[in-house]
Ligand binder design. Sequence first.
Ligand code: CTP
Length: 419
Amino acid sequence: MTRREAHAPERFVPVREGGLAGVRVLLGVSGGIAAYKGAELVRRLRDAGAEVRVVLTENAARFVTALTFQALSGHPVRTSLWDESAEAAMGHIELARWADEVVIAPASADLLARLAQGQADDLLTTLCLATAAPVSVAPAMNQQMWAHAATQANATLLRSRGVNVFGPASGGQACGEFGAGRLLEADEIVSLLQARRGPRELAGARVLVSAGPTYEDIDPVRFIGNRSSGRMGFAVAEAAARAGAEVVLVAGPVALATPVGVERIDVRSAREMHEAVLARAKSADVFIAAAAVGDFRPRDIAVHKLKKASRDSGLELSLVQNPDILADVAALEPRPFVVGFAAETEQVEAHARAKLERKRLDLIAANEVGAGLGFESADNALLLLWPDGREALERAGKVELACALVSRIAALRAARASA
Ligand code: CTP
């Protein structure tokens, strides 16, 4: 296997001169023999036009000197949270805000573990928590350490939180072994960073997303709800915002943080969600219905808590149908690009395609629920169907899937615009 083949899924584009012009890159270097390659990376980043500031971990400083990085970056290098003079010049929070991109190269197994844990036990991990900038890591370690289930789980968790994992490459290692764990070349890292920042797929588009469950009140203390966690819809909102869209998220009752840059409207019932979505749908370019909307609601909401009439009396609830938000948006004229979700327990593709046609959708994202997938899990797998195509997205973190969904939406809209 050649080194190129080992990381074939990543597409390298030639480093563009000035491709990172004016971009403020905070380069973190962690402790490992590949730390010396960080010096070359500073050069390549600056050649591409970036402004670079460097943070070394305490262990990195055992392999390389701060002076080297100071000379190459043209700025003082930080190594500790507890450096009073450096904190007085540019405090760690200011530094976290200063960055447009945080890149950690090399990222050791220990650093990945600490990031995955959300630790803030040194300057670099603290900066990673304190920054709103995208974080990219280029792992470098012994191939056994990279292959270890703990490291793989950490990398998967970081990816699911939106951290870009660049590489590692395969090849001969400093320890004499051969395998995956080599730091990517400096040019490759710069190229990946450039590609990631490249033209954003949904720049300027107005995207409306519905997410989470709905609660249909029975009386002041009881409701009919469902198990939707809202995570898929929140991931979709986050992915659309990252792709440059202006995002409004209409959320049912969930305990999730609002993604950065997203406007959130909280609702409770299907009718409230219907009203909030329909008020905004005409001015949206894309509507993505990721909510698990309750199909029925009690005909009347009891003003007082319902009491048991006698020891063995039952209770009959009379239910009426809720409006179908997705179908109502799809019926608008003009209408946005309409994306639905379909949670199915069997014959996923057949049922989802029927739903795509019945609701006149532009795209449907179908998933099988049950067996550890879907509603309550962090992972999911999606089958994307549109009138003349399909794409199966393998099981992955919801943020990764959401990014793939957003790319497909962007591609279908672009194809329609040029048709
Ligand atoms: N949906 C909606 N409003 C509703 C019901 C569903 O907007 N009142 C949307 C969901 O957000 C999802 C899609 O419709 O994007 C599919 O929902 P689902 O419940 O799977 O489909 P139904 O139309 O209810 O079909 P069925 O119950 O027959 O599976």
